[in-house]
Design a protein around this ligand. Sequence first.
Ligand code: MF3
Ligand code: CO
Length: 252
Amino acid sequence: MVIIKSPKEIEKIRRSNQIVAQILKILGSEIRPGIHTFYLNDLSEKLAVERNAVPAFKGYRGYPFALCASVNSVVVHGFPNKTPLKEGDIVSLDFGILFNGYYGDAATTVAVGRLSESARNLTEVTRESLYKGIDKALPDGRLSDISHAIQSHVESNGFSVVRKFVGHGIGSKLHEDPQIPNFGKPGTGVRLKAGMTLAIEPMVNEKGYEVEILEDGWTAVTKDGSLSAHFEHTIAVTENGPAVLSQLDGSI
Ligand code: MF3
Ligand code: CO
């Protein structure tokens, strides 16, 4: 069942997501060759606590860290570690918090120094695909209109959309209905309504869409070793169009 939020609840969800956005911005500004993602994990936790927020991922189904840090061929749920980042890497940072009863959840892919043209293109197309999806989050639209817009943009640029993981509703739980695939034909799935709050999160691979989970039970990598990028925003469906709650200025 998809929970419809009141305007007051949406404002609370916005506040939680603004905290996530602030923290992701700071983490992104720390990224350069030589720093490691374990440092970013500690920093993310400290920045959350300073804002009276609780990191949402640590302990969620046993996930051991506050931050997901997924480098190069890691798709999602990468464990922060002490390997120094190097020029040309891409690192996806996925972070969530609980604040005042509501969750925030967002992700971004950041360049370490200068990227190869293909890494830059993958990152840009993935970011664009998120906004193509967001553009379809309209009252009376259908859920798969979002999915289809993401998939079309990704595939027309020669990349592939990960099937194994999906976006999700969000609110007083981190994961609510509906599940939001990043692929599918348009015009199916639940009818979108003002008051739905959705975390839309395309994961895009440079080559094949297949992923494998490593022995730690979490780390998802591309099966063919190609690069992968991930962007996520929490949005609200409103009568005035989509409101991007996890974007710092609150609008597209
Ligand atoms: N943005 C991801 C999600 O929605 C991150 C979850 S990591 C987990 O599902 F550890 F919390 F599972
Ligand atoms: Co999410």
